[in-house]
Design a protein around this ligand. Structure first.
Ligand code: GLV
Length: 423
């Protein structure tokens, strides 16, 4: 249908320039906002002197477009929303909006759907099963934007199959599922959802830390088994949390959130990160910057909050596990491959550490079978940010990034905005 519009010689495609004033936006039902949208007027007919002032002021690049308005030419404008009017009836007398096409690999939450549906033609993947790679590649082929989850890889192959794609918005703060450099090469903006999940994730890391130290799930299982004989002095004795030493590996927003929670438990906080935090942050959180080696050796709890990078893959290695106290616990709410699961299982088996609580896995959705039967391990299904409020905020944020791009604004959470020259 769109193709027909653009191949017809009586069609003018109109996108207004905000600086030209509000009055020219009035004929349009929705979509463009004065002061926010990028502007362009293009059509197959040359402008006449009677046509409005703004038309004649168009930059040369747009004039060229007027002479030869092909779909390809229109696609070359990164911030183009397309209105179509029939010039035979005069400007603005008839118009139709062609909305950009978006693929969302999940139905998302209603608040996020509302944002997308107002602005786009959206293809939601609704079956309960995850979208297969094959289906993803098929559906994304004609899309202008993609809203995806951390389980979908946006890589060279996908980008090559989606020539119209202009944005890939992952509903996650971690973006190791997105090849940002490849996106930049394909002129695709990549966005994530930072900030909105920090406290929810820190809460969950804290939940795991408390649960593994105090043997919560073992107690729960015992009660449900119907075999608890009643109180006794040495039943399920665990480790104390209060007053102990917490080691935070990765001192970004979430790591700091965990450190903040530790102060309520009168804990000493050590942290390690590629970059030292400002002095006032260290003071507020009573956190001491140490090298990794010291953190491994002195911590009673180690909580992981690093992104997955070549330098952090298998950061929890056999060698580093050896450095930990035999009484120490490990908590991972970051990314699975930060932990060498086989080495962890071995360390637990040999009592090199006291326990581990994992929310993420090296090969999700699989878990190393050596961990499955262990009572000194808590396993949760990658739910650290899973409160309804937070997951909704994440989805809305991804949707708003997509809207921003198509309105000609810089998506607030673009990972490659500078590389793409997005303003
Ligand atoms: C979840 O793991 C996220 O990165 O948001």
């Amino acid at each position: 249908m769109r193709h027909e519009f653009f191949s017809s010689n009586i069609i003018c495609c109109i996108v207004l320039r905000p600086e030209l004033g509000e009055k020219y936006f009035k004929p349009f039902p929705q979509g463009l906002r004065p002061g926010k949208s990028r502007a362009l007027i293009a059509g197959t007919k040359a402008p006449t002197p009677e046509q409005p002032e703004y038309y004649r002021k168009l930059p040369r690049r747009f004039s060229e477009l007027r002479r030869n308005t092909t779909r390809r030419a229109l696609d070359s404008f990164p911030n183009l929303a397309v209105y179509v009017t029939n010039s035979a009836h005069g400007f603005f007398t008839r118009h139709a909006l062609t909305k950009p096409k978006i693929l969302s690999t999940r139905p998302l939450f209603p608040a996020a759907r509302a944002v997308l549906d107002r602005n786009f033609e959206v293809d939601y993947w609704t079956p309960a099963e995850r979208i297969t790679r094959e289906e993803l590649l098929k559906r994304v082929a004609d899309k202008d934007g993609l809203v995806c989850l951390l389980t979908e890889k946006v890589d060279e192959e996908l980008l090559a199959r989606a020539p119209k794609l202009r944005i890939a918005a992952t509903v996650s703060v971690g973006y190791d599922n997105i090849d940002v450099a490849a996106c930049t090469r394909h002129k695709v903006a990549a966005t994530n959802t930072p900030g909105v999940l920090d406290d929810t994730t820190a809460d969950f890391a804290w939940t795991l830390l408390m649960a593994i130290a105090r043997r919560l799930l073992e107690g729960d299982a015992w009660m449900r088994s119907g075999t608890w004989p009643g109180w006794d002095l040495d039943q399920l004795v665990g480790g104390d949390v209060w007053g102990k030493t917490l080691g935070v590996l990765g001192f970004g927003r979430i790591g700091r959130g965990v450190a903040r929670r530790a102060s309520g438990f009168n804990m000493r906080v050590l942290y390690s990160d590629a970059v030292r935090a400002p002095e006032d942050v260290e003071r507020e959180l009573h956190a001491e910057f140490v090298d990794r080696d010291r953190l491994f050796r002195e911590s009673d709890f180690i909580s992981l909050h690093v992104p997955l990078l070549p330098d952090t893959r298998h950061l929890i290695s056999r060698e580093n596990l050896e450095k930990m106290k035999r009484t120490a616990f490990l908590v991972n709410t970051s990314r699975g491959p930060v932990v060498d699961e086989a080495a962890l299982a071995e360390a637990l088996e040999n009592k090199k550490i006291a326990g581990a609580a994992l929310d993420v896995y090296e090969h999700e959705p699989l878990v190393n079978p050596a961990l499955l039967g262990r009572r000194d391990v808590i396993l949760t299904p990658h739910i650290a940010s899973a409160s309804l409020d937070t997951r909704t905020k994440m989805a809305v944020m991804a949707a708003e990034n997509v809207v921003a791009l198509f309105e000609g604004r810089r998506p607030p959470n673009a990972l490659n905005a500078d590389a793409l020259g997005l303003k």
